[in-house]
Every structure is written in structure tokens, then in C-alpha cells.
Design a protein. Sequence first.
Length: 130
Amino acid sequence: MGIAAKSATARISLLRRQAGKVIAEKKIPRRDALEGLSDEELQDVDSVLQIAYFLQYRQAASSRAERTLGEVVKIIEQAAADIEGSEHRSEEALARAEAAVGRMTESHRRAMPRLGTDGSHKWFKQFNKY
């Protein structure tokens, strides 16, 4: 994999290692490595380093933003799933309640002719006391 195919952070790290290796091979102390450069070359190196640090910062910020956005999406998906589950449970409870009311109404309809509509049945009279 070439340098261009890697992330900005990986490319910067690779270039630093390569530069450090060359400096080490030439047995130049890191501090002395910049001493032979002209003012213009030093400004160029400084500019490149500033850009490199900026890119590293942006990469890190982008990664944090991506992780945060991923967490927010998970929270929203979970909330949506919870709401859908709640709606489903509510619909089931309503259907069971409607079925129970229907059974009670049917039982009442079947029982009324046996009780008598005038309330003369002994059980009906006891029930009306309460």
C-alpha cells in the first residue's frame, strides 16, 4: 500500500519515521537536522508541519464526530424500536380488551332472557342490592 492510499495521520507518521530513519542513518542529532537549512527552507518545513498538525487535528475531530453521530443514530434507532414495540403492545391490549368486552356483551345478551327483563329473577334482585 503506497503512502497516498493511507489516511492523513498514517501518511504523516510514515513520513516522520522515514525522515527520522534518514537522520539516524546520517548520524545527525535531530536538533541539528534543521541547522543546515536556509530561512526559506525552514519556513517551508514549518508550513508543512503546520499543515500536517492541522490535518491530524481534523482527522481526529472527524473521527470523534463520526463516533458521536453513530451513537446518536443508535439512540434514535432504539427509541424508534421502543415506540414501535409500545404501539404494537398497545394495539394488542386494545384488541384483547375489545374481545373481552365483546364476550361480556354476548354473555349479557344470552343471560338477559333467562333473568327476565322485569328484574324478577332472584339473582338479579341480589345483584341490584349493591
